[in-house]
Design a protein around this ligand. Structure first.
Ligand SMILES: Nc1nc2c(ncn2[C@@H]2O[C@H](COP(=O)(O)OP(=O)(O)O)[C@@H](O)[C@H]2O)c(=O)[nH]1
Ligand SMILES: [Mg+2]
Length: 145
């Protein structure tokens, strides 16, 4: 079954960005009409342990390149980025690198089709400096996406 999930050719690929507890997983579950956890694959298509999704990283470290696919809606493939906390320059570069590499993909199903940015609005400061940099540097019209 795991292999079947990745066999689907026409897939919509979405990057979901948001700080821990922003509600990313909840939104993806709603979109996919499920309460299940997604299956996770690395870039080469190897199925990974669910532990990689835990905040502490579990046995492996979650990578933005990992693909998350819900059994209930395998036409969507999600990439999860942990969002930009204060001073997260490193993370910003990582996301930029991911966007750049997906831009260079020739195959439509390997390209990135949308970015969903989750902002928790119950926060005194919903947009951090690092996030402002991301919007300034990775917005449309600046050549990155
Ligand atoms: N108040 C409120 N809580 C939410 C909302 N969306 C998700 N949560 C809760 O916030 C917590 C973190 O959600 P989760 O989807 O795991 O966040 P993630 O870390 O970004 O994947 C969970 O306990 C959710 O039930 C929302 O829109 N409002
Ligand atoms: Mg999550």
């Amino acid at each position: 079954m795991a292999a079947d999930l990745r066999k689907k050719v026409h897939r919509f690929r979405i990057l979901v960005i948001g700080r821990a507890n922003a509600g990313k997983t909840t939104i993806l579950q709603k979109v996919c009409n499920t309460t299940d956890q997604p299956e996770i694959f690395d870039k080469e298509g190897n199925k990974l342990d669910q532990d990689v999704l835990k905040p502490t990283g579990g046995r492996g470290i979650h990578s933005i390149n990992n693909e998350m696919i819900f059994q209930s809606n395998p036409g969507f493939v999600f990439h999860d980025s942990r969002g930009f906390e204060a001073g997260a320059d490193n993370k910003l570069n990582l996301v930029k690198g991911f966007l750049d590499s997906r831009l260079k993909e020739q195959k439509l199903d390997q390209q990135l089709h949308a970015i969903w940015y989750c902002l928790p609005l119950d926060n005194a400061r919903p947009i951090s400096n690092a996030e402002e940099s991301f919007f300034a540097e990775c917005g449309t019209g600046k050549g990155v996406i």
